[in-house]
Design a protein around this ligand. Structure first.
Ligand SMILES: O=C(O)Cc1cc(O)ccc1O
Ligand SMILES: [Fe+2]
Length: 441
């Protein structure tokens, strides 16, 4: 059971416990007997709790897509006052208001943590996005740069599920359905409509967020790879039930169609004592990803590194992919091993959790980011090309590195605030300067 340590402001279940399996039908009680047996909605729910269903897909979605969870809570979540609109700060939604979206290649130095006190929600800074939050297509890309734990503030996103990629500092994500701890090297996904707050065990935290307005993230098809590999089902962890029994005035912030609204509650909205279902937050340790690459020649397309995908409805063409470049062995013979020069109809936003990325010798650093929107020419910088095209090819382990890519079929539009941010590099194009002509020489 969770309570709140008033001295630290942290939820104090000593250590979160988890239930394994992507999209599984989980069953969990923080207090024995909290779940009714044999039915979802008895005349009176056990222990004086209220039953409530949270539907993450249409009631009638096909069985293999259908997501819903039944929660048994101290009070129904309906018990709150009227929402009032509040300032959303640097948190924006698609379509991003930029009359002249650029085809330029863009790169940012690390986004710095503010000196001021900012909760996770207050710190959200939107770099860009695509599609339209109102029609549930596309994504938004944000940084969080938090310096204060949320305490009496809770958050719910009606617009999209949030895939968080911690880069610095751990997060404790206290949700309606239980607690998740995650640090750099792990990800957390909080589905649309699930209430939560973010606490900072290390006092501050920085990371990236892919907000997915489209179809829920799922595991990619494996095709000829077979029944196993890449991200395996059993490594996705959802929390066991844990609740706050807190009769105090608190505020719930709700992001709704890009704006931020606030409603008062006289109790914690994280008051679910037991739940069952398959619509739940989850975490995943990226070290569990089984990476596949060539054992003969040629660098495969990076789709082999897809952890999660949000299908668009167009065959094989994602609304959003989350792709990682983890530590791995490079053994390709007579092969240019780093990412090749390329242009891509899909748009590519990249971040770095740790180490160095194998396509860029310099300038792409942890906490920073790059964007290659659709059909922009990119690939190895000059230094990387010179080394990788001439080096003697022995098996080599790329270690201590973790880059990732948010990829989408729609062109990514950068916000004005990210285009004018002081950490936007003004000389990124120069990394390809000095690439020499060899033909005919
Ligand atoms: O641009 C990038 O660095 C990402 C990327 C990596 C790769 O190995 C192949 C294609 C690609 O877009
Ligand atoms: Fe690329």
């Amino acid at each position: 059971m969770t309570s709140l340590d008033t001295s630290t402001g942290l939820s104090t279940a000593t250590r979160p416990e988890y239930l394994a399996g992507f999209g599984n039908q989980h069953v969990t009680e923080a207090v024995p007997g909290a779940l009714p047996e044999g039915r979802n909605s008895p005349q009176r729910a056990p222990l004086g709790l209220y039953a409530e269903q949270i539907s993450g897909t249409a009631f009638t979605a096909p069985r293999h897509d259908n997501r819903r969870t039944w929660v048994y809570r101290i009070r129904p979540s309906a018990k709150h006052g009227r929402y009032r609109r509040v300032d959303a700060g640097a948190l924006l939604a698609s379509p991003i208001g930029n009359p002249f979206p650029e085809p330029n290649r863009l790169r940012w130095d690390p986004f710095e943590l503010p000196a001021a006190s900012r909760t996770f929600v207050e710190s959200l800074f939107t770099i860009g996005g695509t599609g339209d939050v109102r029609s549930h297509e596309g994504v938004a890309i944000h940084m969080y740069l938090a310096t204060r734990s949320m305490d009496r503030e809770y958050f719910v996103n009606s617009d999209g599920e949030m895939l968080m990629v911690p880069q610095q500092g751990r997060l404790r994500v206290a949700t309606e359905l239980g607690l998740l701890d995650a640090g750099p090297g792990e990800i957390v996904v909080v589905p649309r409509g699930i209430r939560f707050k973010v606490e900072l065990p290390d006092g501050a935290a920085r990371g990236y967020i892919l907000e997915n307005y489209g179809r829920l993230f799922t595991l990619p098809e494996l095709g000829p790879i077979g029944a196993n590999g890449l991200a395996n089902h059993r490594d996705f962890l959802s929390p066991v039930a844990a609740f706050e029994d807190r009769d105090e005035d608190v505020v719930l912030y709700q992001k709704y169609l890009g704006n931020l609204w606030a409603a008062d509650y006289d109790h914690s909205p994280l008051d679910v004592v037991g739940w069952h279902g398959n619509y739940a937050p989850y975490k995943y340790d990226l070290a569990d990803f089984m990476a596949i690459g060539t054992i003969s020649f040629d660098h495969p397309d990076p789709s082999i590194f897809t952890v999660l995908t949000s299908p668009s409805g167009r065959p094989g063409t994602a609304n959003a992919d989350f792709v990682i470049f983890p530590p791995r062995w490079l053994v390709g013979e007579d092969t240019f091993r780093p990412p090749w020069f390329h242009r891509n109809v899909m748009s590519e936003f990249m971040g770095l959790v740790r180490g160095v990325y194998d396509a860029k010798a310099e300038g792409f650093v942890p906490g920073g980011a790059s964007l290659h929107t659709c059909f922009t020419s990119h690939g190895p910088d000059r230094e990387t090309y010179d080394v990788a095209s001439t080096i003697e090819l022995k098996p080599r382990k790329i270690d201590d590195t973790l880059a990732f890519m948010f990829e989408t079929r729609l062109p990514i539009i950068v916000s004005e605030q990210a285009m004018t941010a002081p950490n936007l590099q003004d000389s990124y194009d120069e990394v390809w300067n000095g690439i020499e002509r060899h033909f005919g020489r």
